[in-house]
Design a protein around this ligand. Structure first.
Ligand SMILES: [Zn+2]
Length: 217
């Protein structure tokens, strides 16, 4: 199965990606992992990407596309893959079509993890991070026994800037303005399957597996 996973920050995409990859025995390919592998491996593309990152600039699409193309051509991705973080926009989706066509392949399905806006804000803005060990707690779903103190190490908890409600809302706006056209693009081609990503991790995994099974070969 050649699968693309999309979903807003706070939808639990990373967690679900791990479970889905294991269930269908396909490698999980995330742009973050590809970047790190190229940079630490000192590839030409990695050196190029690092130049941009060191200067505080975004890595241009051509560089990202070339890294993804290399990764998809590796033997372990021939039988299928789960892409996380790519494509981010319609232009990259066109690129992906081209890469797969070169390999005589096409995308099987795009899974959209659907969550309510307010629910995402609640999930992310409830997070509290330990200053000492970095463990992330949640004031509703995973609260430490003494408020404000980490159960693991006794460190003080704080709210990261990223997790402030205003920042979360801004991140969501950015996500939806970029990704909504992509979701519509795949919906128009009949390749989009959306599932309700609210509820427990186990429930969402079950829904994802049920939705994807018809596409597994
Ligand atoms: Zn701690």
């Amino acid at each position: 199965m050649r699968l693309v996973l999309v979903g807003p920050p706070g939808a639990g995409k990373g967690t679900q990606a791990e479970f889905i990859a294991v269930q269908f025995d396909n490698p999980k390919i995330s742009t973050g992992d590809i970047f790190r592998a190229n940079v630490s491996g000192g590839t030409d593309l990695g050196r190029l990407a690092k130049k941009y990152m060191d200067a505080g600039d975004l890595v241009p699409d051509e560089v990202t596309n070339a890294m993804v193309r290399d990764r998809l051509a590796q033997p372990d991705a021939m039988g299928g893959f789960l892409l996380d973080g790519f494509p981010r926009n319609v232009a990259q989706a066109d690129e992906l079509d081209g890469m797969l066509a070169e390999l005589d392949n096409r995308l099987s399905v795009v899974l959209d993890l659907d969550v309510d806006h307010d629910e995402v804000v609640r999930r992310l803005s409830g997070r509290r991070t330990c200053k000492r060990c970095g463990h992330v707690w949640h004031i509703e779903y995973d609260r430490p026994s003494t408020g404000g103190i980490c159960d693991k190490c006794g460190g003080e908890l704080y709210q990261r800037d990223d997790d402030h409600p205003d920042t979360v809302r801004h991140r969501l706006d950015v996500y939806f303005s970029q990704t909504e056209p992509l979701v519509e693009f795949y919906r128009g081609r009949g390749q989009l399957v959306a599932i309700d990503a609210q509820g427990t991790v186990e429930d969402v995994t079950e829904r994802a597996i049920e939705a994807l099974t018809p596409f597994a070969d």
